[in-house]
Design a protein around this ligand. Structure first.
Ligand SMILES: [Zn+2]
Length: 338
């Protein structure tokens, strides 16, 4: 490794040589490898983070390439899982980083396993169900996390430090936390990059223990209208908050709140999770299928039936494209797996 690799970052006095050493020793977990996730991941890999864990449940599609910076046309052609494609590219960016990529849908059990020995978690998800789960798990395990969301030309970000700041649950209903998604109003890359820039800047402050420098406000901006606002939210911290109050019972970690089937972020797609952990045997599945046109890579198997596209993952999950109707999707699913 060239000695001056991080020289410009080390010259930046709030980081310095000591900060660089701290960054080297730290572990960041990124939930989601879409637009925000890939931007965060690349910046952190270049900054010399010690360990980077990237989790995503989806695969690369052509509509991702406009803004998801780690992916190529080949990844879209081969329907590569995003976590795998991201890791492959990141290894070309910085070989010093220890990468761990996971193709999975994050629920309570998975997240509680992943969060061990994590210094900072970055939210790069596209839905509030997962964010509220992240919020509860981070409060329980006392891990700071950085919320980020964007759609259209606007974005927002907020850093949550357990015991110090209000949590996302405290903020619900107090401040506007979006609602539009990139699948309904689209999204331009500058909004993604700005959101990720805020997240990475806050992550670096946490990684070098410069807690005083954290922004402490909810940032909301619009790249098309040139508006930029910081909303003070410290007063929103609730002593009786079920997620961060003194009697917290982490409601979003309760079994009842876990979704087995879900419509994916405004898309014409339903995800079905098997009722328990399993590994799908692709050979056995193929034998049971009458379809002759089956696409396959080491991570997923895909085919079309009755106008729907089915994508089976090794962890047992299935994505059914072409419907938002969970009941109809489940019926189709059971016709295949019995
Ligand atoms: Zn709270």
């Amino acid at each position: 490794m060239a000695n001056d690799r991080y020289s410009r970052q080390e010259l930046f006095s709030p980081i310095g040589l000591e900060g660089q050493r701290k960054i080297r020793d730290k572990h960041v977990l990124i939930i989601g490898a879409g637009a925000l996730g890939t931007s965060n991941a690349e910046q952190l890999a270049r900054a010399g983070i010690g360990r980077l864990t990237i989790v995503d449940r989806d695969y690369v599609e052509w509509s991702n390439l406009q803004r998801q910076q780690l992916f190529t046309e080949t990844d879209a052609e081969k329907r590569m899982p995003k976590a795998v494609a991201a890791e492959k590219r990141l290894k070309e960016v910085n070989t010093d980083v220890f990468y761990h990529s996971c193709i999975m849908d994050v629920q309570r059990e998975e997240l509680e396993e992943l969060i061990q020995e994590v210094d900072v978690l970055i939210d790069a998800t596209d839905n509030f169900d997962t964010r509220m789960l992240i919020n509860d798990v981070c409060q329980k395990h006392q891990v700071p996390w950085i919320y980020g969301g964007c759609a259209g030309s606007h974005g927002m970000s907020y850093t949550i430090v357990p015991g110090k700041t209000p949590c996302l649950h405290c903020l619900m209903g107090q401040v506007p936390l979006g609602g539009a998604t990139c699948d309904t109003v689209g999204v331009i890359s500058p909004a993604v990059q700005m959101t990720a820039a805020h997240q990475v800047a806050e992550a670096l402050k946490l990684l070098v223990d410069d807690v005083k420098a954290l922004y402490k406000k909810l940032i909301i901006f619009d790249m098309w209208k040139h508006s930029y606002t910081g909303i003070a939210v410290q007063h929103a911290k609730r002593e009786d908050c079920p997620s961060c109050g003194s009697k917290a019972d982490y409601p979003f970690m309760q079994q009842a709140n876990q979704t087995k089937s879900a419509v994916l972020c405004g898309r014409d797609t339903v995800q079905i999770r098997p009722p328990r952990k399993m590994e799908r045997d692709f050979n056995k599945l193929k034998e049971s299928l009458p379809e002759t046109e089956i696409e396959e890579n080491p991570f997923l198997l895909s085919f079309k039936r009755e106008g729907y596209r089915f994508v089976f993952f090794r962890d047992g999950r299935v994505l059914i494209h072409g419907t938002k109707d969970i009941t109809a999707a489940r019926r189709l699913y059971y016709k295949i797996v019995g």
